[in-house]
Design a protein around this ligand. Structure first.
Ligand code: R5P
Length: 284
């Protein structure tokens, strides 16, 4: 299988190649004087299986991903897979207030115009898949997260809410420990309180797991509740570490260890999902 990558996701794609039979394809890139960009695939991909890799949290990268998909499609590959390590805009997968765009729909339907298959990594909500014209598959980082924390003797894996519980449970089941999630209690129309009154975590080593850390608000609030519950240690993990305003430093300073995956490169990308993802795609 051949692999074409956006400029920003190049390192992730390189890591996918080092541990698999995938081969990289060169891309000529230039910018015209008026700012328009140009992409050209430097290999004949007709009749070949090709994966185009790119994240969708950066608008310029989204455009590059679509252009690259088109360039490969024009070459008549036998199979074209769009691989989206971090599917940005996935939290905008439904209308919350009248007049909103369903941004995740726009992205996934556009990508599916070109790709035969779409592979995501812990997409925020797979309900976005209903907008794709092609088959979609989600790779879960839970195995890689569990591998990373295996030696830490975790007693309990917690999710910050019930929607994320399945992720915590997957990790806990692999580690052979307990799992749970924060309770949401609505106080009034604008106030929601979180607690873990239903779980006894006293003296436990707790691993808090989420799909995305963006501003860090969710994780910081959850960490505080876990600490107040009497846990002896709190570890934090997520698949995608966006870390807005360098919140990674604050989180890391308040827990025993912070570790996220390599879908978005940061100083805390200690968990390699690129290797397992390449097996997931090639079936090797
Ligand atoms: C929300 O449903 C997601 O799963 C994450 O919990 C959320 O996006 C994290 O955002 P933040 O770090 O800004 O609280």
């Amino acid at each position: 299988m051949y692999i074409v990558s956006t400029s920003r996701t190049g390192e992730f794609a390189k890591n996918m190649m080092t541990s698999s039979t995938m081969k990289g394809v060169g891309v000529e890139r230039k910018v015209f004087p008026d700012g328009e960009r140009y992409f050209r695939i430097l290999e004949d991909l007709s009749g070949k299986e090709v994966a185009v890799v790119g994240n969708t949290n950066n608008d310029s990268e989204i455009l590059e991903l679509l252009f690259l998909l088109d360039a490969v499609r024009e070459d008549n590959p036998s199979k074209l897979i769009a691989v989206i390590p971090y599917f940005g805009y996935a939290r905008q997968h439904m209308i919350y207030k009248k007049g909103e765009a369903i941004s995740a729909k726009v992205l996934i339907s556009s990508i599916s115009e070109y790709a035969d298959e779409i592979v995501t990594v812990d997409i925020h909500d797979t309900s976005s898949y209903r907008y794709s014209k092609r088959k979609c598959r989600d790779f879960h980082a839970s195995g890689s997260i569990a591998d990373y924390f295996r030696e830490k003797n975790i007693d309990l894996v917690m999710a910050p809410d019930d929607g994320a519980f399945f992720r915590a449970k997957e990790v806990a089941d692999i580690l052979g420990c307990k799992s749970g999630f924060m309770n949401k209690k609505r106080i009034d129309a604008t106030t929601v309180e979180y607690n873990m009154d239903h779980i006894d975590a006293s003296g436990m080593k707790v691993l808090l797991v989420d799909d995305i850390i963006s501003t860090g608000g969710t994780i910081l609030r959850s960490m505080e509740i876990i600490k107040n519950s009497g846990a002896s240690a709190v570890f934090v993990s997520a698949t995608h570490g966006l870390f807005i305003n360098n919140v990674d430093r604050k989180i890391a300073s308040e827990c025993v260890e912070l570790a996220v995956s390599d879908t978005i490169k940061s100083g805390y990308s200690k968990i390699n999902v690129s290797r397992k993802l390449s097996y997931f795609i090639t079936g090797d």
